[in-house]
Design a protein around this ligand. Structure first.
Ligand SMILES: Cc1cc2nc3c(=O)[nH]c(=O)nc-3n(C[C@H](O)[C@H](O)[C@H](O)COP(=O)(O)OP(=O)(O)OC[C@H]3O[C@@H](n4cnc5c(N)ncnc54)[C@H](O)[C@@H]3O)c2cc1C
Length: 317
């Protein structure tokens, strides 16, 4: 079967795209490998209209049902290969099954770099809130607490400065080396942020605190929460395989929800350069699905305007 649109990824971006595309009466297949970052969220409090918060897995379950209600098919399968063959995209999954579509939306997200902890210990620490990854999402929940930020470089410094919005007790620690410019040090000092030089050698999350065992310290340092600022790795292998030119950071360009230089290929969510947030991913999903639908309409010659529109370079209007 040739689908109108295959969406890779069943996070907030992919599932929003699926909802929109299904409601445009497109045949939609969503392929995902069950590893959405959104599934790691114990309780998100900044998703609009979710007062009181919602757990990531609940949000994904609701979004999946919503997309399926309008006919989208959601299938668990890891996509391992992607190619363009003539006018079609051909995606191969880990079982060796090939899936064909006229348009593709990649919503494959990123993987964050984590401190060295076994996966179950790591997720338990995320669940209890002593380990966090997103100051924009949950800094508010740590007002006036003892906050540690891991990563003594420009990213760590920026994160620590942002978190000073919430607490006067913010400490920046290196994973290995301190790589701060004199200007960054000055800014941190002015904001009252402590900068330690001792690398963290061991991470010990408990139910209530994060204990950091640092080189040269006999006792662990105790914090209410740790924010690793270790960056992330975009899951852009499929985009790369399809010939998309990626940014220096390996992400899809910020125009990719609107269209890419690969005809019929659109991207959405964290994979795209920008703010890694659920509400942004949802917005991208809506844009990418609408653009993909209009691109297909143009292909089918449904309106003169649509054809003209899609002969143009992708823009942001
Ligand atoms: C602990 C934590 C807490 C967070 N808290 C918040 C918060 O409170 N508010 C907020 O706005 N944001 C929060 N975020 C960020 C938020 O999770 C992301 O911005 C959001 O999930 C991005 O959605 P996405 O659909 O782009 O990617 P994801 O949710 O990561 O989904 C990616 C999808 O791609 C699939 N995939 C990738 N590669 C393949 C492949 N090769 N084959 C098949 N499937 C594939 C995965 O299975 C998954 O379904 C948090 C993140 C973390 C880690």
């Amino acid at each position: 079967m040739i689908h109108d649109i295959i969406i890779v990824g069943a996070g907030p971006a992919g599932l929003t795209a699926a909802l929109y595309a299904a409601r445009f009466r497109r045949s939609v297949l969503v392929l995902h490998d069950g590893s959405a970052r959104a599934a790691q969220i114990p309780l998100t409090r900044n998703v609009p209209a979710q007062e009181g918060g919602i757990a990531g897995p609940d949000l994904l379950a609701r979004m999946t049902r919503h997309a399926e209600e309008f006919g989208a098919r959601v299938l668990e399968a890891r996509v391992t290969g992607a190619a363009r063959e003539g006018d079609l995209f051909r995606l191969t999954d880990a079982q060796g099954t090939a899936h064909s579509a006229r348009a593709v939306i990649l919503a494959t997200g990123v993987r964050q770099n984590q401190p060295p902890l076994p996966e179950d210990v790591h997720q338990a620490a995320v669940d209890t809130g002593v380990l966090r990854y997103c100051p924009i999402c949950d800094g508010f929940e740590h007002r006036d607490e003892r906050i540690a930020v891991l990563g003594c470089d420009i990213s760590g410094a920026a994160e620590a400065l942002f978190l000073a919005t919430y607490s006067d007790d913010v400490t920046l620690l290196p994973r290995r080396d301190v790589a701060l410019t004199p200007e960054e040090r000055r800014d941190l000092e002015q904001a009252g942020i402590h900068v330690l030089a001792a690398p963290v050698e061991r991470f010990e999350p408990t139910d209530r605190a994060m204990l950091l065992h640092c080189a040269g310290h006999a006792e662990p340092l105790v914090f209410d929460v740790l924010y690793p600022a270790l960056g992330s790795r975009p899951r852009s292998e499929l985009a790369d395989a399809l010939g998309l030119t990626l940014t220096e950071d390996g992400k899809a360009p910020d125009s990719a929800p609107f269209g890419t230089q690969v005809p019929g290929l659109f991207c959405a969510g964290d994979l795209v350069q920008g703010l890694d947030q659920i509400s942004v991913a949802m917005g991208h999903g809506a844009v990418a699905a609408t653009r993909a639908h209009n691109w297909l309409r143009a292909r089918d010659g449904e309106t003169v305007e649509a054809v003209l529109d899609h002969d143009e370079e992708p823009d942001r209007s």
